[in-house]
Design a binder for this molecule. Structure first.
Ligand SMILES: Cc1cc2nc3c(=O)[nH]c(=O)nc-3n(C[C@H](O)[C@H](O)[C@H](O)COP(=O)(O)OP(=O)(O)OC[C@H]3O[C@@H](n4cnc5c(N)ncnc54)[C@H](O)[C@@H]3O)c2cc1C
Length: 200
């Protein structure tokens, strides 16, 4: 394996986990329908007095994430037209207060097939930011709603599996598309994958 710094590495096993940019390394192994890219918009509100000790998620979060579906009363949840309008943009509302007192407010989700990444463009949608702010104001009272910054983040997500894995030969493994749960679940997944690799 040769890096961009011209370093050469030799290894018995190589795991390529290069995230959403699937067009550069082994693009021939990524087929459009198996992966999509999610674009998330988030906001940072002005620093203010400490109010939230832990993350606050909302009813839209419960409606959005599959793990809640196993709750006995999940089927009784109804969705208003207003909520459905937010769900069209994949919006659920979450708050987290950072150490400097600023409030992270999120987030929305839009999708394109992995090979159509360019379709996202570079824009941050003001409409989506305003929808999030409007909904957030119904949930919590804050000292300031001044938006200091807004940004978009992206991740790759498998459409047919929880994680996209492909063994190219006995040496190179592509692992990608863990989706919106990668920060939480990737250590466990990786440990199990590597253990299995050496048990073969
Ligand atoms: C806004 C946002 C909020 C999120 N919130 C959560 C959350 O609350 N909980 C949760 O569990 N997950 C969350 N996630 C998802 C999580 O961030 C991803 O699942 C995770 O980052 C995916 O890990 P990865 O290693 O597959 O890809 P990445 O984290 O994208 O890492 C890929 C790395 O490969 C590098 N790379 C690419 N090409 C090359 C190359 N040719 N040579 C060398 N290096 C290369 C990239 O620079 C990058 O560092 C969130 C994601 C976003 C964007």
């Amino acid at each position: 394996m040769l890096t961009s710094h011209k370093q050469t590495f030799w290894a018995d096993k190589v795991i390529v986990a290069n995230g959403r940019d699937t067009q550069f390394l082994f693009p021939e192994h990524y087929h459009g329908a198996e992966l999509k890219i999610s674009k998330l918009q988030m906001l940072r509100l002005a620093p203010q007095k400490k109010l939230i000790k832990s993350n606050v998620l909302t009813g839209l979060t419960i409606r959005r994430y599959d793990s809640f579906k196993s709750c006995p009363s999940f089927s009784k949840i109804t969705t208003t037209a207003e909520q459905a309008a937010l769900q069209k943009h994949g919006i659920h509302i979450l708050f987290k207060q950072a150490d400097d007192g600023s409030i992270i407010l999120g987030d929305s989700h839009e999708y394109v097939p992995a090979h159509k990444q360019a379709d996202f463009g570079f824009e941050i949608s003001t409409e989506i930011n305003e929808l999030m702010l409007e909904e957030a104001k119904k949930v919590i009272q804050l000292e300031s709603w001044h938006v200091e910054s807004s940004w978009a983040g992206f991740y790759l997500q498998g459409t047919k599996s929880e994680v996209f894995t492909k063994e190219i030969d006995n040496v190179i493994h592509l692992i990608n598309g863990i989706g919106g749960k990668g920060m939480t679940t990737s250590p466990g997944f990786t440990q199990e994958y590597i253990q299995n690799l050496y048990q073969k």
